[in-house]
Design a protein around this ligand. Structure first.
Ligand SMILES: *Cc1c(COP(=O)(O)O)cnc(C)c1O
Length: 431
């Protein structure tokens, strides 16, 4: 594999090889990442990349799209089989553009939308002021409760009745509890609001039949395809038939040009994999692993927001162990454990160095790690964070210097060796 790349562009070839090595040797706990199958990777590296196919199946603005039409149709058919949606558009290039298309289709600039606050687990594209969504639309936000770390639906209803948004958005990037889709829908119906679910993080757990789906209840549902769903980087939008035309025209010609047909082929391959019974087993294990990891961390004295998880992720307050989020992220990275720092609800610290880190189990579960391994991983996290808390000299250093200092910490170095030896026993490719 990659013989031509090696010959024609050794520089890029070398970087790909080193990145593969990093992935093989490291413990991937970033909740939004996963490892795709060889089949998904192969589909992305095909001549489908060469085609222009602006438009939709049977209505293209370029010639020669007979086969691409078959690819996109099969991709849509499989998405419908997997999620049971009425209509699907498989062309969104990623999650944020998919959400842009949903807003563009159903709202006018300035319209009011109710969504989850970013620092309580929402996503940038759910109305953050630095994002197009917050600039173009009038977002108002619900939050989690301080005591429980959970969304209180009575509060959501109060805010909805007071603010009367045109759209209610349910979805998150860093919330570890289930959303009650039916109650969201009932609240929206009271005020005639459109319901929009962004299931980017949990789509694989829904496809794997481990979590309830918003699709029977909600008007529109978007998801990325590269997180728990374990497909290529991209997204899809699903909706009730009555919104199909608006969604499709908002995406093309409204927002995007030609679809990425090689990626859509890879989405189809991932959907086929997710339709297999083994994917249900996988999703179940992802959630069991997350529960076990959260329980072990709590046992070791870490504060996990909402005291546990119902899905694949958890937000851990690292200041509960005397280390700020950025330092925890860097120290863990120095030990070969990847995670992403995260604000915690009502965070007294700034977003650049917040209080928490977000951990997730989709990637390590793909590699075959199971319940007993979660105890080992929690033990490593504990040792790294204990070492970082004691290493006050490194704590105040900046960027690369901080990372370098943690890399030379002997306790952290020792964990890195153990992590590497352990990870090499679990292959990156699951099929
Ligand atoms: C990841 C994510 C997105 C954005 O996806 P990109 O592909 O990174 O643009 C949108 N919404 C939610 C809830 C997400 O978690």
């Amino acid at each position: 594999m990659m013989d031509n790349l090696k010959k024609n562009d050794p520089a890029i070839f070398d970087m790909v090889v080193r990145e593969q090595q990093r992935q093989e040797e490291g413990m991937e706990l970033i909740a939004s990442e996963n490892y795709v199958s060889r089949a998904v990777l192969e589909a992305m590296g095909t001549v489908l990349n060469n085609k222009y196919s602006e438009g939709y199946v049977g209505k293209r603005y370029y010639a020669g799209n007979e086969i691409v039409d078959e690819v996109e149709q099969l991709c849509m058919d499989r998405a419908r089989a997997l999620f049971g949606c009425e209509h699907v558009n498989v062309q969104p290039l990623s999650g944020s553009p998919a959400n842009a298309a949903v807003y563009f289709a159903l709202l006018k600039p300035g319209d009011k939308v109710l969504g989850l606050a970013l620092d309580h687990g929402g996503h940038l594209s759910h109305g953050h002021p630095v994002n197009f969504s917050g600039m173009l639309y009038n977002f108002t936000q619900y939050m989690v409760e301080k005591e429980t770390g959970r969304i209180n639906m009575d509060r959501v209803r109060e805010i909805a009745l007071r603010e009367r948004p045109k759209m209610i958005l349910a979805g998150f990037s860093a919330y570890s509890r289930n959303l009650d889709w039916k109650i969201f829908k009932a609240i929206a119906d009271e005020i005639g609001a459109i319901t929009f679910a962004d299931i980017a993080h949990i789509a694989g757990l829904i496809a794997g039949k481990q979590l309830d789906s918003p699709i029977p209840h909600f008007d529109v549902v978007s998801t990325t395809t590269h997180k728990t769903l374990r497909g290529p980087r991209g997204a899809i939008i699903m909706c009730k038939e009555k919104f199909a035309k608006q969604i499709d025209t908002a995406l093309f010609p409204g927002l995007q040009g030609g679809p990425h047909d090689h990626i859509n082929a890879a989405k189809a391959v991932a959907f086929k994999e997710a339709l297999e019974p083994s994917f249900q087993t996988y999703s179940k294990k992802v959630m069991e692993n997350a529960k076990m990891l959260a329980a072990e961390l709590m046992r070791l004295g870490f504060k996990v927001i909402s005291d546990g998880t119902d899905n694949h992720l958890m937000v851990v307050d690292m200041t509960s162990r005397g280390v700020p989020g950025l330092n925890a992220e860097r120290a863990l990275d120095a030990a070969g454990i990847s995670c992403s720092r995260s604000t915690i609800p009502f965070d007294p610290r700034k977003p650049f160095n917040p209080s928490g880190v977000r951990l997730g189990t989709p990637a390590i579960t793909t590699r075959g790690m199971g319940n007993d391994h979660m105890k080992i991983i929690a033990g490593w996290i504990d040792r790294v964070v204990t070492a970082a808390a004691a290493d006050k000299a490194s704590e105040s250093l900046k960027g690369p210097e901080m990372t370098a200092a943690y890399k030379s910490n002997s306790a952290i170095k020792k964990v890195k060796e153990e992590v590497k030896e352990f990870c090499l026993k679990f292959p990156l490719f699951h099929s």
